[in-house]
Design a protein around this ligand. Structure first.
Ligand SMILES: Nc1ncnc2c1ncn2[C@@H]1O[C@H](COP(=O)(O)OP(=O)(O)OP(=O)(O)O)[C@@H](O)[C@H]1O
Length: 276
């Protein structure tokens, strides 16, 4: 028996209202001098260790919602709080992963991650920073490519660098906008698993936009389903009734998986418009 088994485990209490989106509305001006309401009175809370997916038809305002939580856009009315504090601008407590990798081409894999670590851990020693960088390169299995430049690695590897870069700054929340959307099917599956493995060991709040219902079910605790825009609302929130860690094959063998899947697909179908 390992000695650690005698150590009493302190139950971790996760803040159920870590992220609070309250009555959030977002409008944009129209060329005619009016305004168009994109998001209409959105209310949502996210737990400190919860993985949320957001699905909805193209143009309904998913990215706009994510950008407001990131602090890149301001709500027209309503607010978003993170850990009790109102979000007014971007901060290192929230990191984003985009569909397109946004790496600096003149820096190596290590250099790209190092830049973010230097920016956030200003007072850490060189050795500490190097350790953080190496740990995260290793976490996404890129140690062999640490000295390569972005144009020398594949799309999947670039996305792993983007994920390692976001995680290396130890954010309280990870915001991902279709992070696997640009990848081929096999790479996408591998990276979904890798991200889920990392999240299962280092739980944090995640908000991920996806168009893929299977991805949402495999990865998230709840699926936020948005109605079509303009004036998009949260139509329904679907609980995903599977414990972590998850195994894709076991999920597919369960009847509940298809119930959840059909429920989500029926929701999307209901809001389908022919020009989608
Ligand atoms: N800066 C802006 N000014 C005016 N309108 C905008 C602006 N940004 C987004 N919009 C509009 O807001 C709506 C929602 O856009 P958003 O990108 O959030 O949708 P989405 O659900 O993420 O779409 P997709 O799934 O296609 O990425 C769209 O009609 C878009 O044209």
């Amino acid at each position: 028996m390992k000695s650690t088994e005698f150590i009493p485990q302190t139950p971790t209490i996760s803040n159920p209202q870590f992220v609070q989106i309250e009555n959030l509305t977002k409008s944009y001006p129209t060329p005619g001098g009016g305004e168009i309401v994109i998001l209409d009175k959105i209310n949502l809370t996210i737990r400190e260790d919860e993985y949320i997916s957001v699905i909805g038809h193209s143009g309904c305002g998913k990215s706009t919602l994510l950008k407001i939580v990131a602090g890149l856009e301001k709500p027209t009315s309503g607010l978003v709080k993170l850990d009790g504090k109102e979000i007014r601008k971007p901060g290192s407590d929230r990191m984003m992963v985009f569909q397109h990798y946004s790496l600096l081409p003149w820096l190596t894999v290590e250099g790209n991650i190092r830049l973010a670590v230097d920016e956030v851990f200003k007072t850490a020693s060189i050795i500490e920073k190097k350790q953080i960088v190496n740990e995260h390169i290793d976490m996404v299995n890129l140690t062999h490519a640490a000295n390569k430049y972005p144009d020398e690695i594949s799309g999947g590897m670039k996305q792993r660098v983007g994920i390692a870069r976001a995680l290396a700054t130890r954010p309280k929340m990870l915001l991902m906008d279709e992070p696997f959307g640009a990848l081929d099917a096999l790479t996408r599956r591998k990276l979904q698993k890798q991200v889920l493995d990392i999240w299962e060991t280092h739980r944090q709040a995640v908000m991920m936009i996806t168009h893929d219902v299977d991805e949402a079910i495999y990865m998230s605790d709840r699926i936020v389903m948005m109605t079509n825009g303009p004036k998009a609302k949260i139509g329904e929130i679907l609980e995903v009734p599977f414990l972590h860690p998850r195994d894709r094959k076991q999920l597919r063998e369960s009847k509940e998986y298809y119930e959840v899947r059909n429920h989500a697909l029926n929701f999307l179908e209901k809001y389908f418009t022919p020009d989608d």
